[in-house]
Design a protein around this ligand. Structure first.
Ligand SMILES: Cc1ncc(C[n+]2csc(CCOP(=O)(O)OP(=O)(O)O)c2C)c(N)n1
Ligand SMILES: [Mg+2]
Length: 810
């Protein structure tokens, strides 16, 4: 059984406190931990009796979290995982009622401020912004970044939250941002399970924090298991702090302070956290606190029992080393409380937790009961004037009988009744229909809203300002247009910074930031290691703390390495907090055509499918890209901008207002007017399509060419369908795989915009091949749409409708 060797150097800090005062603090801590345990026990029962769908709890991890809470201050941040309820209760960032409201999925931010019933239980968050999208004063509150369920997935974000403190401390130009930091004194506290440290994201973030020297305090809750899989399959030497020893700093190096302490030893835990966080906060040194010998009294989650995979000896050891058992024993032995006093405390706590649970359940139940009664009334009324009276009454009575009904059952009954009476046009039916409409609106807000911030700060509402060109406007390299745009924005807004691989000293591989590090310093234009996931995490954390990062991924193909952070964390942030947190991170990358299997990717379908919750911008040139940056930097929603990799050296005219003009998000543009066929294309392929125009016009084909400019949102003004009304033919061209982004575009135009009604030929797509393009120009020619491919595809569609005028080429 575990026998941890802990740091022998641990020394208590002397706190001047009377024994009475000390006793009260300890007893109160025990109460919090005991209540938390009761919440876990009751929570599990609620799931097993069917009142909640799934439960995962923090039992066995309570005492360490009391210690962590003691050193957590206003302004600090937590990014952790599903075991942290005790910490949340002890800091006051959550409470028992909210805990149960989330367990029951109460879709109301007043009841579950973390997620409005959207997240599984024990997925915590505080509210950083108000309903108008304005920041709360984050220095005056304790902050919890919204949890995600993927284990280890939060580590990149944790890095960014800590990195913000470094910038706030070192960059004096940020002093005006009073709501976000007090001199960078804020610590970002991370928690992670022992098994999840096997994830690559853990190691990537761990190394990056050591390099960056940021105030990041990682606690590893080590219960020796990851569900059923024991440490020997998880961690070399079965000991994470042992193998991370090389990160320990010494007087000549940067690095970490590493601590190891047992999870049932209240005194040692309090001492360790105090020491660890002092150095972390004051010196901005990252710390690791490996908390060992933790247990899982109820097993991993409600999905199974741990008796299946833990030996009798292990289970007996866990019983004995249960942190509450140990804490209570120590309290009695140290004359902090008597057994009778603690029994009494426990009894009171049990009743209190039960009360909180009942209240939370009843509050949701009462709302639904009202809706149910109303529906039954409306269905009963409907039956009185319906040919299907008997069936309707049955629907009503069955609804009344449902045990613990949810909104699903209520709305389903109403919908069934409406289907049954579809042919009847009575006032009673109209009443039910109206009721359903109102409920659908409310439920849309409850369950489908806030994928984006939906506030007055949305980039969709940024005023449109056209580019201004003076008569002597110079034609310069596209990269120089971007460079001028970034420089103006950096001057305008001190909270903007950019970072990524090769972004700092050389100003990115294509010179967009050339010379800007020299002008703005290396805290604003910064090189990073090769670590895409944590580059995004770095940006995500900064953006959550009120800064305006541009995180650069060197090439689009490498976005894959950051995709889990973008998809799971950034893109869901607004939705999973129902607008309680935001991260207006701009991800800059470049892609589409270049050379070879990993440098010419255009996996736009993959990106569109994974990143709902981000704007996806595909500017055709650098001027459009600059206009999009100008818009996005004035809005508050996250976006990905994909510049055309082969466009930096093409000449573009420099707008006089290069840092001010805006390209609106979601607005398509007609690049060439025509009457015969509508061609929708974007990014690098668009240039080929534009080249094809001359050839097509020469043979009497007049295409209309539309650039959607952003793929999400897509053509909000519906220019595509308006064009189809003229041409009746649709060709979508891109360089993604077949059925990739082109299928997405077709769905929008044909289905959403109802383009189907205006087509007189089958809509077509012209895409790249299934495989990635080989290296070399010939490989590219045979893999991605070429000029000839475009011309022939258009010609073939014209030929179909008018073979006399356009006889088949082949
Ligand atoms: C990326 C990812 N992989 C797998 C899972 C499924 N899963 C959920 S919890 C868990 C075990 C985690 O163990 P550990 O990190 O030790 O935390 P503990 O539950 O023991 O506190 C696993 C495998 C997940 N949620 N996310
Ligand atoms: Mg574990």
């Amino acid at each position: 059984m575990p026998n941890t060797v802990v740091n022998a150097t641990t020394k208590p800090d002397i706190v001047p406190l009377s024994f009475e005062g000390f006793k009260n603090i300890v007893i109160d801590d025990y109460r919090i931990a005991f209540e938390s345990r009761q919440a876990s026990l009751i929570g599990r029962r609620e799931v097993l009796t069917g009142k909640a769908k799934f439960g995962i709890f923090g039992d066995g991890k309570e005492v360490a979290q009391l210690a962590m809470a003691k050193v957590f201050c206003k302004g600090d941040w937590r990014a952790g995982y599903y075991r942290d309820q005790t910490f949340m209760f002890a800091t006051g960032m959550s409470n028992l009622k909210e805990f149960f409201a989330q367990l029951y999925a109460h879709p109301d931010i007043e009841k579950d401020p973390a997620s409005a019933g959207r997240q599984m239980n024990c997925h915590f968050a505080t509210r950083s912004i108000n309903e108008h999208g304005d920041w709360n004063d984050l220095t005056e509150m304790m902050n919890c970044a919204a949890d995600i369920s993927t284990t280890g997935g939060h580590m990149p974000r944790l890095l960014g939250l800590a990195y913000a403190s470094k910038l706030f401390r070192q960059n004096k130009e940020l002093d005006y941002l009073k709501k976000f930091s007090v001199k960078g004194n804020e610590v970002a506290f991370g928690t992670i399970g022992n098994a999840s440290t096997s994830e690559g994201l853990f190691f990537e973030a761990f190394n990056a924090a050591g390099v960056l020297q940021v105030p990041m305090a990682i606690s590893i809750w080590d219960d020796a298991y990851g569900i059923s899989v024991p440490a020997k399959y998880q961690t070399t030497k079965e000991d994470i702090s042992e193998i991370l020893k090389g990160f320990q700093r010494d007087e000549h190096t940067n690095g970490y302070e590493i601590f190891k302490v047992r999870g049932w030893d209240y005194v040692a835990l309090c001492e360790t956290y105090e020491r660890a966080i002092a150095v972390c906060r004051e010196e901005h040194v990252p710390v690791l606190i490996h908390v060992t010998e933790m247990t899982q009294p109820q097993g991993h989650s409600t999905s199974g029992s741990h008796e299946r995979y833990k030996s009798k000896d292990r289970l007996a050891w866990e019983d004995e080393h249960d942190c509450l058992v140990q804490m209570r024993k120590w309290m009695e032995e140290s004359a902090i409380a008597t057994s009778v006093e603690l029994d009494e405390l426990e009894e009171t706590a049990k009743k209190y937790v039960r009360e909180c649970q009942r209240e939370a359940w009843n509050e949701l139940g009462a709302e639904i009961k009202n809706e149910l009664d109303e529906t039954v009334g409306l269905i009963t009324n409907l039956a009185q004037a319906s040919a299907s009276a008997a069936e309707l009454l049955k629907i009503g009575s069955e609804l009344k009988e449902v045990v613990d009904p949810g909104r699903r059952e209520v709305v389903a009954a109403a919908r069934k009744a409406l289907l049954l009476t579809a042919k009847e046009q009575t006032g009673q039916r109209k009443a039910l229909l109206n009721w359903l409409d109102t409920e659908n609106e409310k439920n849309k807000e409850r369950f489908n809203s806030r994928l984006f911030s939906q506030t007055p700060h949305s980039p969709l509402l940024v005023p449109v300002i056209a580019p201004v060109y003076t008569e002597d406007a110079k034609a310069i390299n596209g990269s120089e247009v971007l460079n001028a745009c970034f420089e103006t924005n950096f001057n305008r807004d001190k909270s903007i910074m950019a970072f990524g691989e090769d972004v700092g000293a050389i100003g990115d591989v294509n010179q967009g930031f050339a010379g800007l590090q020299a002008k703005f310093g290396d805290l604003r234009v910064t090189d990073t290691g090769i670590r895409e996931a944590t580059i995004i995490g770095q940006g995500l954390g900064l953006a959550m703390r009120g800064l305006r990062p541009i995180a650069e991924i060197q090439y689009l193909d490498y976005l894959m390495y950051a995709m889990n952070v973008l998809s799971d964390d950034l893109a869901t942030l607004s939705y999973r907090t129902r607008g309680g947190q935001k991260a207006p991170l701009i991800v800059r990358t470049r892609g589409h055509r270049l050379e070879g299997i990993w440098h010419s990717g255009s996996p736009m379908g993959f990106i569109l499918n994974a990143l709902r919750g981000m704007h996806i911008c595909v500017p055709r040139n650098m001027t459009q890209a600059a206009g999009m940056y100008n818009t996005l930097l004035r809005g508050d929603e996250p976006a990905l901008v994909i510049e055309c990799l082969n466009g930096y050296r093409l000449k573009e005219k420099l707008p006089a207002n290069v840092g001010e003009f805006t390209v609106p998000i979601g607005k398509a543009e007609i690049l060439h007017k025509g009457t015969d066929i509508t061609i929708v294309s974007y990014g690098s392929t668009l240039r080929i399509v534009q080249e094809a125009v001359a050839q097509l016009e020469a043979i009497g084909i007049h295409p209309e060419i539309i650039d959607p400019q952003t793929l999400y949102p897509f053509d909000l003004d519906e220019l595509c369908v308006a064009s189809l009304k003229k041409t009746s033919k649709l060709l979508v061209i891109d360089e993604d795989v077949p059925g990739g982004a082109s299928a997405y575009i077709l769905q929008y135009i044909v289905e959403e915009q109802k383009g189907y009604y205006h087509l007189d030929a089958q809509p077509r797509t012209l895409t790249a091949k299934q495989h990635r393009p080989p290296y070399g120009s010939d490989g590219d020619y045979y893999s991605k749409p070429s000029l000839e491919d475009v011309v022939e595809a258009v010609y073939a569609m014209m030929s179909e409708g008018n073979p006399d005028k356009f006889p088949a080429i082949y």
